[in-house]
Write a protein that binds this ligand. Structure first.
Ligand code: FAD
Length: 450
């Protein structure tokens, strides 16, 4: 039978294995994972640390159970070290006993993910400095909190993981400072949207240090020196400064790396070697909005790409149509949703755009529990295509970003938004939903202009 070898056994790797088996009973599947777990839910890591998800096992998957269910050979603690494309075989090292070996493939699937960006600064390995990427990282932080009862934490980096960790460390009773080299948290949001998140963070007692970068760790790990020379103290450091796609294996074997530093994939997720596929955080695909290369480290694309690859290998070519980058983050009651391009990326690409902002209520104002909801939407003034959107609020931000995501996928224009017939009763929305209002606003300006 055909042998499919998969490198990386978590979001992309495990999902593609399951999809392959669903479509084909006869193939051999082998998964190589250098860590000690497969198919776990990385996205649950911050919530286990904070205690919102109390059961560690609920985010893990039993390896034997997975192996039995999908009839896949799983090699844990085994790192794939090289690819011989001519001989169609990979070399690996078993990290437990340092034994090396090789395995031949008919198709190779790379889902090696990404690594946390770790700054090159002195004394970072003081024992209280942790990236947040794997189950091992999660266990280290959890154990440190249980055993050392830290009172204060410094989070370096204010993106998704920094914000989620801030909430979860507060829930564990820590006093949190967050350091960010730019002038705002959540660089993916426009600054006026990020400000609402920042206000909420300050209200929860977090001190935000902007325009600062970590430069050194001193005093056995409790004093942190910043580029400006300013110093701060904390018992625990979380490194959430972004990620770097794991591409060295691909690079060494001559697979093409793109401008986003991801491994270039075609519409069927094949690399420049048609026998080798790539998916997940390490893959570069396209932005369906402006048709530029894009690398999006999120779970939705990894799962969709797994489906595309499994079908392609089974002889059913379904193209991957690109990644919009729909995402959402929660900080206590507040949620911020986003899709597509923000002001900064549109300006940097010199793409003409117009913007509508609506500040509405999540549902009928007279009905208890309605909350302020802000939505911002960027669109092309000529084609009227939606280029990006952001939502923020304590209720309904998730629903609105998903409605806009569906509108973008369906290639609706900004003017079409007024025509989407959305469900209304007072506890849920208003007879004109805030998404409808964006459409009315944009088209009334357009009519007035004409
Ligand atoms: P991974 O799931 O990271 O798997 C890659 C695996 O490959 C790793 O286990 C690695 O050990 C292994 N590997 C690498 N190189 C080799 C090699 N040479 N040999 C063998 N094995 C190798 N996304 C969302 O959409 N929503 C969220 O809320 C969200 N929250 C997140 C929270 C955290 C803390 C983290 C870390 C990520 C979160 N993500 C979230 C991102 C999401 O988890 C990733 O996009 C997704 O896991 C990518 O899948 P992947 O298969 O590319 O990489």
């Amino acid at each position: 039978p055909k042998h499919i070898v998969i490198v990386g056994g978590v979001a992309g790797g495990a999902t593609v294995a399951a999809q392959l088996r669903r479509l084909n009973k006869d193939i051999r599947i082998s998964i190589f994972e250098k860590g000690g777990q497969i198919a776990y839910s990385n996205c649950g890591i911050p919530y286990y640390i904070g205690g919102i998800v109390p059961d560690r096992n609920s985010i893990l998957r039993d390896c034997q159970d997975f192996s039995d269910k999908y009839d896949a050979a799983i090699h844990l603690y085994t790192e794939v070290t090289s690819i011989d494309r001519e001989k169609q075989r990979i070399s690996f090292i078993d990290l437990k006993d340092n034994k090396e070996g090789y395995e031949e493939y008919d198709h190779l699937i790379l889902s090696p993910g990404a690594s946390a960006r770790i700054p090159d600064i002195p004394n970072l390995n003081a024992g209280n400095c942790f990236p947040i990427r794997s189950i091992q990282d999660m266990d280290h932080v959890h154990q440190f909190i249980e055993e050392s009862s830290p009172k204060t934490a410094l989070i370096a980096g204010g993106g998704f993981i920094g914000v989620e960790m801030a909430e979860n460390l507060i829930l564990r009773g820590l006093n949190v400072q967050l350091l960010e080299r730019s002038k705002q948290v959540m660089g993916i949001l426009d600054s006026d949207m990020a400000e609402l998140m920042e206000k909420e963070m300050r209200d929860k007692g977090i001190s935000l240090l902007f325009d600062e970068e970590l430069a050194a760790v001193e005093d056995g790990g409790t004093t942190f020196v910043m580029k400006s020379g300013k110093r701060t103290e904390a018992d625990l450091l979380i490194l959430s400064m972004g990620i770097i796609p794991n591409t060295s294996l691909a690079e060494q074997s001559g697979l093409k790396i793109g401008e986003t530093k991801g491994i270039v994939a075609n519409e069927f997720m094949q690399t420049n070697d048609p026998l080798i596929y790539v998916l997940g955080d390490a893959a570069e695909t396209v932005d369906p909005i402006l048709h530029k290369p894009k690398q999006v480290p999120l779970a939705w694309p990894a799962h969709r790409q797994a489906y595309i690859i499994a079908n392609h290998i089974a002889g059913v070519p379904i193209p991957y149509k690109g990644t919009y980058g729909t995402a959402i983050v929660k900080f206590f009651d507040l949620a911020a949703g986003m899709i597509g391009h923000n002001e900064k990326t549109l300006k940097s690409m010199e793409t003409p755009f117009k913007t509508e902002v609506v500040e509405a209520k999540s549902h009928a104002g007279y009905f208890p529990g309605s909350m302020p909801l802000k939505i911002k939407l960027h669109y092309d003034p000529v084609s009227r295509a939606i280029l990006g959107a952001q939502t923020i609020g304590k209720d309904g931000a998730d629903k609105r970003i998903d409605v806009i995501a569906a509108a973008m996928k369906g290639k609706l224009t900004v003017d079409d938004l007024q025509e989407i017939e959305l469900a209304y009763a007072p506890p849920f929305s208003s007879p004109k939903d805030p998404v409808n209002i964006l459409g009315y606003m944009a088209s009334s300006k357009n009519i007035n202009k004409e």
